[in-house]
Design a protein around this ligand. Structure first.
Ligand SMILES: [Ca+2]
Ligand SMILES: [Ca+2]
Ligand SMILES: [Ca+2]
Length: 442
């Protein structure tokens, strides 16, 4: 079967991560993910799996500064998120720092502040922190999908069809069909904070509602690629289709749940932590029951932590990918926040994938190797990474909440962990094991 709309972009022809783990065979879990020359090591902030934490931070900061100039599609300046003493803006501190308040979020008690002097967000945050009326001031920070960082791109040869998606062996291993006899996510809302979706994909018809587009304010949260390698890592629009792929997994695994779409990442897979802060608040207000965050950063970010707490306080389950860095030496946020269910990747049997991060952030694993799902233009693609695993856990959370609506987020997490199949992992390192849909509902 041919798909006339399948884009023939060369980068979608190879799943680099897929090749990487295939070539390792049963290699050690600690093997770093290594992209071919020309794709890794470009001046882009692309992070090699084994890079020490300090270097990651430099890369992340550099990414932030560069992004301010050229990455995003909107021209909004990078903000500083400020917590003031007594929850009242310190006008003296603002005036002395040449700053004005642009937004206030009572849900987290944080103010977005911008410079009137053309200073960078980092410089402005430093000025503000020197004032006693300022409890915390953090410059906006880059956040991205693990696959875009680690160069796992989609594989789409134009030959995949719907029956290939439905025939994947992991569905049987996770007992999905049997679970659907008990729950389908009916009446539940899953917020997807990602690159947006293709609203015209036939398999998503009637399955989603538009949340908000944080990347291009004022437009619908649909996926859009600009044909430019904005982050200069050698791959053009490498995250295009990421959100559609995850939406397809949610739609397959929680077939009656409503997917609410928030676009917080561009087609390079990159966004701002401030937008994630705002989108989490928005998703809670829009009635989300589960929030999927297949994205992360190596540094903690107060605003995202507060937004996650706001979600938890409102009974909303937050699920996040632990990252594709093949290491436990540095985890990523928000997966590392205790209120978040951190998801790693395994094969269908439950063996941790060679590329998956592990360690303190990892609660459970789900299949993340060569997962088939939707791709923009009405087609299907395979993708590899902890993002795919995260979406599976988000879908399962919706089913659990349909069966047991009164469970608090921590209890949902507990249910999913205690019902997981231990597999061959190491307790405390690889989490509770691989999720099982039927076990979690019984
Ligand atoms: Ca990239
Ligand atoms: Ca681009
Ligand atoms: Ca790129």
């Amino acid at each position: 079967m041919t798909h006339p709309h399948v884009p023939l972009r060369p980068l979608i022809l190879v799943s680099l991560l897929g090749l990487a783990f295939a070539s390792w065979g049963c290699g050690t879990r600690n093997a770093p993910v290594t992209a071919p020359p020309g794709l890794n090591g470009a001046p882009s902030g692309a992070v090699a799996g084994s890079a020490p934490r300090g270097k990651d931070e430099e890369h992340s900061r550099a990414f932030g500064e560069r992004t301010a100039g050229r990455n995003q599609n909107n021209a909004a300046p990078w903000v500083v998120l400020v917590e003031f003493a007594r929850n009242t803006p310190d006008q003296g501190a603002l005036a002395a720092s040449g700053a004005v308040v642009s937004s206030f979020y009572p849900e987290t008690g944080l103010y977005e502040v911008i410079s009137t002097r053309g200073e960078s967000a980092t410089e402005l945050a430093e000025h503000l922190r020197s004032h006693p009326g300022v409890i915390a001031a953090e410059a906006d920070h880059g956040i991205e999908s693990p696959e875009a960082r680690g160069m796992s791109v989609s594989f789409n040869d134009g030959d995949f069809v719907r029956s290939d998606v439905d025939g994947q062996s992991f569905l049987e291993a996770l007992h999905v069909a049997a679970a659907h006899a008990l729950a389908t996510g009916d009446g539940l809302r899953i917020a997807l904070l990602d690159t947006g979706i293709d609203p015209n994909h036939p398999d998503l018809d009637g399955r989603f509602t538009a949340g908000r587009n944080m990347v291009e304010n004022g437009t619908a949260p649909w996926e859009r690629a600009d044909g430019v390698d904005n982050d200069l890592d050698g791959a053009v629009d490498e995250a295009y289709g990421h959100g559609t792929h995850l939406a397809g997994l949610l739609a397959t695994l929680a077939p009656d749940a409503e997917i609410v779409v928030y676009r917080v990442l561009d087609a390079e897979g990159r966004g701002k932590a401030s937008d994630v802060h705002q989108a989490i608040i928005r998703a809670v207000q829009d009635g989300a029951d589960v929030i999927n965050l297949s994205l992360g950063m190596y540094e903690p970010f107060l605003a995202v932590e507060k937004a996650v707490t706001f979600a938890e306080d409102h009974g909303v389950v937050v699920v996040a990918a632990v990252g594709n860095d093949a290491t436990d030496s540095h985890g990523q946020y928000p997966a590392l926040y205790p209120a978040v269910i951190g998801v790693g990747s395994s094969d269908a049997a439950g063996t941790l994938s060679p590329f998956s991060s592990y360690g303190p952030s990892l609660a459970v694993t789900a299949p993340g190797e060569g997962i088939l799902s939707l791709y923009p233009g009405g087609s299907y693609a395979a993708w590899t990474g902890t993002s795919m695993a995260s979406a599976m856990v988000s879908a399962l959370c919706a089913l659990v909440l349909e069966r047991s609506p009164d469970l608090a987020p921590g209890e949902v997490a507990q249910r999913i962990e205690t019902s997981a199949v231990p597999g061959t992992g190491i307790p405390g390192i690889t989490g509770a094991g691989r999720i099982d849909f039927l076990n979690a509902l019984e």
